[in-house]
Design a protein around this ligand. Structure first.
Ligand code: AMP
Ligand code: MG
Length: 518
């Protein structure tokens, strides 16, 4: 396996001079060099051929011991120096100080087809940023990250990618529900890939420490390597940088809302500076459409990161980034203007996105009302978001009653007359509104099906793959991986995955409730 290594991060940015792998505060540095831990019995259990192609790795090379050893941290690729990044963050609304890559170790950068990719291992052992934890990851959370990142990519949602999923052969102690019942689980490592793993927190840490010199070095690096089109460093460029990060962050969140993805831990250390979905932890997919839903049990009380609040939290996080960039700009107005623009852009983009889900493309002043009414109606009784929008594309003059969307109801038998009436009212309004559209039914259906996925990684599906993998059977991981490569296609053979969450999964750990334990 010969990779085109082109390290920029470690060659252009200030390194922590201390090489000892001890937990500590690291100042005036963007990263610390640290080597992954050797593992007992590494075994690759799945790889993404699509991602390997992007890096110039052949299918034969994926099978080699060398590949296995590199992606499990047992061998360091020649002439590269792994490192962990130093960053801070606001967690659940509070300043948390230095966090950093506590269990992520970056290996190197690969340039292929004019793209530069960072290769990172998650769960490869402790770093100076591991604080009180062990730097390891367990199989269940690794399967969830591995599958979801690739699924999101194929859904067209900006995201980091997955290259490989491996077992380490080591056991890892975890208290899944934080209730004093720790148990050993199988250790695992995901190799994940991104043009950059920089987070808002990488910038926040320097400003918090009044280290404007290193803040500028990092911002200039980020602009040069990732936002080159906005120009050379200047106050104006820094403003445009913030503007572009705001725009990308909003676009990412609009995609999340479109597909019903709830990140679960939108702390500023989990916000990518490139506007990519990053750090798949206690995320979840909406089953019943519910603005108030969060998969994260750690957030159960305040539901800060609930589905309906994601756009607001994006703005809150951008506010923190604005504060972090302020020392380079020293003017409040342009930053405030960008934050205000986020709000108006959200209204407009959210409306366009929701209209596309409904197959509405003409301008009509009533559309916002129709959408708000739909969102209210969807929350009257538990209604599956994915099935509802997918089946709505079958709606037409001849096919215009409640039957079209009935499959989306979790308890179709027991829907009250009142609720049925409200649904019929909405469907009648929708039917009237469709008359103002120019597309044929078939054309509209095709457009709707291109934005309303048929298959998403429902929480219980990932859990089934985890339960089987725990028993040493990895076939379901592959089945879901293949399924989710074509989420918008009809896949008659896979119809069984186009179904509501089964009742057994309603309250099962991992299916509807997830903690940050991983
Ligand atoms: P998260 O919210 O899961 O992205 O993690 C928050 C912080 O905790 C990050 O700095 C992580 O690197 C760190 N962290 C999470 N799990 C571990 C672990 N098992 N060992 C060391 N650090 C961890
Ligand atoms: Mg994180």
């Amino acid at each position: 396996m010969k990779l085109n290594i082109k390290d920029t991060f470690t060659t252009k940015l200030p390194a922590d001079p201390i090489l000892e792998n001890s937990r500590r505060q690291v100042t005036e540095a963007v990263f610390s060099h640290v080597n992954p831990k050797k593992t007992k019995e590494p075994k690759v259990i799945h790889t993404s051929q699509e991602m390997a192609n992007e890096l110039g790795i052949s299918s034969e090379e994926l099978q080699t011991d060398f590949f296995r050893d590199v992606v499990t941290g047992n061998e360091i690729y020649p002439n590269t120096k792994p490192y962990a990044m130093c960053y801070a963050g606001h967690q659940f609304g509070n300043w948390a100080g230095q966090l950093g890559d506590g269990r992520a170790i970056n290996l190197f950068e690969v340039e292929h087809h004019n793209k530069n990719w960072k290769v990172q291992l998650k769960g490869a052992g402790e770093t100076p940023y591991s604080r009180t934890a062990d730097g390891l990851a367990v199989l269940r959370s690794s399967i969830r990250e591995y599958l979801c990142a690739e699924a999101m990519f194929h859904l067209g949602v900006p995201t980091t990618r997955s290259l490989s999923l491996s077992l380490t052969g080591d056991d890892v102690l975890r208290d899944v529900l934080y209730n004093g019942n720790p148990a050993y689980e199988k250790g695992a490592i995901v190799s994940r890939i991104s043009p950059s793993f920089l987070r808002f927190g990488n910038f926040e840490i320097f400003t918090a420490r009044k280290d404007v010199k290193n803040l500028k070095i990092l911002v200039d690096y980020t602009i040069k390597h990732h936002f080159n089109h906005i120009g050379k460093p200047s106050k104006e460029t820094y403003i445009n940088f913030f503007k572009e990060v705001s725009k990308r962050t909003l676009e990412m969140i609009i995609h999340w809302q479109r597909v019903g993805f709830v990140h679960g831990v939108m702390n500023t250390d989990n916000m990518s500076i490139l506007g990519l979905t990053i750090d798949y932890g206690p995320y979840g997919w909406l089953e019943g459409f519910d603005f108030g839903w969060t998969p994260n049990t750690t957030d159960r009380q305040h539901k800060r990161y609930r589905y309906g609040n994601q756009p607001n939290i994006g703005l809150w996080n951008l506010f923190q980034l604005a504060n972090a960039l302020y020392p380079l700009i020293e003017e409040v107005e342009p930053l405030e203007a960008i934050l205000a623009e986020y709000k108006t852009n959200f209204e407009q983009k959210s409306l366009t996105m929701m209209k596309s889900k409904l197959g509405l493309f003409e301008d009509n002043k009533n559309d916002l009302g129709i959408i708000q009414n739909l969102e209210d109606t969807l929350q009257l009784v538990e209604t599956d978001m994915t099935i509802f929008f997918r089946n709505l594309s079958n709606f037409s003059d001849e096919n215009s009653n409640l039957k079209v969307i009935e499959d989306a109801f979790y308890d179709a038998e027991n829907i009250s007359e009142e609720v049925k009436q409200l649904w019929n009212t909405w469907l009648n309004t929708y039917a009237e509104r469709l008359k103002k559209e120019k597309l044929s039914n078939n054309e509209r259906k095709a457009k709707m099906n291109a934005v309303n996925p048929k298959y998403v990684l429902r929480n219980y599906m990932a859990q089934l793959a985890i339960d089987a993998a725990d028993q040493g059977d990895y076939t379901l991981i592959d089945e879901l991986f293949q399924l989710l490569k074509k989420p918008y296609d009809e896949q008659p053979k896979n119809q069984k995955w186009f179904t509501k969450r089964p009742e057994w999964a309603r309250h099962k750990v991992g299916c509807s409730m997830l903690s940050c334990s991983s």
